[in-house]
Design a protein. Structure first.
Length: 353
């Protein structure tokens, strides 16, 4: 089976949706397992590290890619977060009070913590998120007058995360670039007046291809920050635990999104192949015999050769646990041969557990 994408809109939409869902849930699981195993301070530290890594280069490049680098600072900053999060699949709102004061809202449900997970995670995370990213925009744009004000937070019981960029008449100190303010009434979102992505720069196909990269980038950054903070052994343990529990919780939903209805070894191998292909990993699926299928995975997107093989093995925990979820007769195996990850799925004909 080939992993080539025909580029047909329907196929691209389906692939993008599956990949985006998987990567966003992986990112959520990694931060959630850090909170469970290491505590509130650790997960806030992780979010800070993830959001501030390579931030300046990413922001400057993004302004140009979006075609907004010549807008007034407050407008450009708000549009940057509005557009990039829409590309990433979030529900956003934008209200331009003036060229120097622009509101943005991040509407629930958030892609990070769906369902009751929003209640279980510490509310301090959202303040860390906004304090890590938004107040630094002025620095990266060469506008020391630009600051950010956080006004509402969904994890504290507000209907959305909300705040505004404001360009002051004077230069701000580092401590002044971020502040919090209680605002009871704020501007209403008017879709007719909201900015739109340039369709020539951002046709649907480009958005669909960019969307999985948005969440995949967070997965890669999170793992790299875990390596920096805890080292390889602990990071791999956290990844294995997160991926196993993710499979237990999401396998039915992911198989449905992949269009897989059966639970034979062929169906199971087909599901893993569909997920690997959607996440832009080079892979082929082979039928070894009537009971065994082999998946040859030649790339590790969003990771590369600089990441240890143990990390790929840790991520395989998802596929192993998902296989058990789907059919207790099917065994899964992970090996590496000549630099290629070899996944085998075999129907043993007996209950394994």
């Amino acid at each position: 089976m080939s992993t080539s994408n025909t580029g047909e809109p329907a196929e691209l939409r389906a692939s993008s949706a599956l990949s985006t869902m998987f990567y966003s849930k992986v990112f959520s699981a990694l931060t959630a397992i850090t909170f469970r195993e290491k505590g509130e301070a650790a997960v806030n530290d992780l979010w800070f590290r993830v959001l501030t890594s390579h931030q300046g280069d990413r922001y400057a490049e993004g302004l140009k890619k979006l075609g907004i680098h010549e807008d007034p600072p407050a407008v450009a900053a708000a549009k940057y977060h509005y557009f990039t999060n829409i590309i990433g699949g979030l529900d956003m709102e934008y209200a331009e009070e003036s060229p120097r004061k622009v509101w943005i809202r991040y509407r629930a449900p958030m892609w990070m913590y769906s369902g009751v997970a929003l209640i279980a995670m510490p509310a301090s995370i959202r303040r860390t998120v906004f304090s890590s990213w938004h107040p630094r925009n002025g620095r990266y744009m060469g506008c020391p007058r630009l600051g950010y004000v956080g006004t509402k937070f969904s994890m504290e019981g507000d209907p959305y995360d909300e705040g505004y960029f404001i360009e002051h008449d004077h230069e701000l100190t580092e401590d002044e670039t971020m502040r919090f303010e209680v605002v009871a009434r704020t501007p209403e979102f008017d879709p007719a007046r909201a900015p739109v992505l340039d369709p020539e720069l951002w046709p649907e196909a480009r958005i669909l291809k960019a969307r999985p990269k948005f969440s995949a980038g967070y997965v890669r950054s999170t793992v790299e920050c875990l390596y920096e903070r805890y080292g390889a052994l602990t990071t791999h343990q956290l990844v294995r635990s997160a991926m196993r529990m993710l499979a237990i919780q999401l396998t039915p939903e992911l198989t449905a999104k992949a269009g897989v209805e059966g639970t034979t070894v062929a169906d199971i191998a087909g599901f893993h192949h569909a997920l690997v292909s959607a996440t832009r990993r080079d892979a082929t699926l082979e039928r070894v015999d009537e009971r065994t299928f082999r998946l040859l995975v030649r790339s590790a997107n969003p990771f590369d050769a600089s990441h240890p093989a143990e990390l790929r093995s840790a991520f395989f925990e998802f596929h192993s646990a998902a296989t058990r979820m789907l059919n207790g007769h099917v065994a899964s195996d992970f090996t590496i041969r000549d630099g290629v990850d070899v996944w085998e799925f075999t129907d043993t004909g007996r209950w394994l557990w």
